[in-house]
Design a protein around this ligand. Structure first.
Ligand SMILES: Cc1ncc(COP(=O)(O)O)c(C=O)c1O
Length: 392
């Protein structure tokens, strides 16, 4: 039987991959399952997007290949969004790039910039596509443990000199999955300066830029002087618009920095379904009226989650952004064992270690369902933790 490539064996199983099957088994056993695992809300996308998608799907011309260019009004809407929201101008044709979800772009990016002998610097815990893309490209990931010690920020001064010398990409994601941390402007200025000095591509994953609360407004990396020379920024429709399954996202940045990714994609895909791109335009164009109501729902869920997990005996911090609580576990309670035990009680959470060894000692709760269900989940989690402590 043919063997899979060695680089695949070097990758761990994807942390969420087994959950749908496991959930089916639990449901078959009659267990009431509350899924707070993936960042995948149970809410509806903007109605305008759904209507446009349905109508566009009936037009034969919209069923043809989008190719790399995609649906040109999508690029124009993206450029208009970047201008309106952050005040930065991008050329729609050369400085914006439609993606089939930002995971697709983020994971393909390493193929464009890193290879044998190179390193990439990755937040640990962090979104697994950074590591996956790096290893599939034959490069070596350098995992930097982001912890409360550095406010969940990567301090490049702590990265060994030989790693920095070989580094081609630094992945940053603020607002951060899974910790909910945000990055101060002074930090971003320092990082941009260092990336310019070291000639490292700064990949700024801004998937949660619009999912913010309490008056916090997330920046673009392009707010920082000099960022255009070293940075690409990734945005997604998944979280902002409850459109996870649609697979629609974009990258923006200088044409010369985007071009290598355009080339990789020209060999690996032929563009997102154009009706989805047209629907995404509608989502962007109606966002001013639609987004605030959606964020109200998430804020209510966040507040319920913070309260309920605190009442259940956990230490909680209310995040100013994202859809996640990053909750510490008591010493001696391994995150995987806790998540497995909680799964048997019908609650899906993500063990911190599933997002990288640096995530050990924490678990992630996605506040993606109703306050009542979150409260029930927190009660079960408190009970499971008590039982584990008694046994320890
Ligand atoms: C930090 C981060 N980046 C990117 C993504 C991927 O989003 P998309 O659905 O656009 O692939 C996620 C999804 O969870 C994420 O948390």
């Amino acid at each position: 039987m043919p063997n899979a490539a060695a680089r695949l064996a070097a990758l761990p199983p994807y942390p969420l991959a087994h959950i749908p099957q496991k959930k089916r088994e639990l449901v078959a056993r009659g267990i009431d399952v509350i899924d707070l695992g993936a960042g995948d809300a149970d809410l509806a996308p903007p109605p305008a997007a759904v209507e446009v998608l349905a109508a566009a799907a009936r037009e034969p011309a919209m069923s043809r290949y989008g190719f790399g260019l995609g649906y040109p009004p999508f690029r124009e809407a993206v450029a208009a969004f970047m201008q309106r929201r952050f005040g930065h101008r991008f050329d729609p044709v050369t400085e914006t790039l439609p993606l089939i979800g930002s995971k697709e772009g983020l994971s393909h990016l390493a193929l464009a910039y890193a290879g044998e002998g190179d390193t990439t610097i990755i937040p640990d815990p962090g979104y697994n596509a950074y590591r996956g893309g790096t290893q599939l490209a034959g490069a070596e990931p350098y995992m930097y443990a982001i912890t409360p010690r550095t406010d969940f920020l990567i301090d490049l001064d702590e990265v060994p000199a030989d790693v920095l010398k070989r580094a081609k990409i630094l992945y940053l994601n603020y607002p951060n999955n899974p910790t909910g941390a945000v990055a101060p402007k002074a930090y971003l200025e320092r990082v941009v300066r260092r990336c310019r000095e070291l000639d490292i591509l700064l990949v700024y994953d801004n998937a949660y830029s619009e999912m913010t609360f309490d008056g916090y407004v997330a920046p673009s990396i392009f707010d920082i002087d000099g960022a255009r020379d070293v940075a690409l920024e990734f945005h997604s429709f998944s979280k902002t618009f409850n459109m996870t399954g649609w697979r629609c996202a974009f990258a923006v940045g200088d044409a010369k920095l985007i071009a290598p990714l355009v080339k990789v994609k020209s060999f690996t895909d032929t563009g997102q379904f154009m009706p989805i791109q047209r629907a995404a335009v509608a989502a962007l164009e109606t966002s001013a009226s639609w987004l605030p109501g959606n964020l109200d729902v998430f804020r209510e869920r966040r507040d319920a989650a913070v309260r309920a997990f605190a009442d259940a005996g956990f230490t909680t911090v209310s995040p100013r952004a994202t859809m996640y609580l990053w909750i510490p576990l008591p010493d001696g309670v391994p995150s995987a064992a806790f998540a497995d035990a909680l799964m048997e009680a019908g609650v899906v959470v993500l063990p911190g270690a599933g997002l990288g060894a640096g995530g050990e000692g924490f678990f992630r709760v996605s506040f993606i369902t109703s306050p009542a269900r979150i409260e029930e989940a927190a009660k079960r989690a408190g009970k499971v933790l008590d039982e584990m402590r008694q046994r320890a």
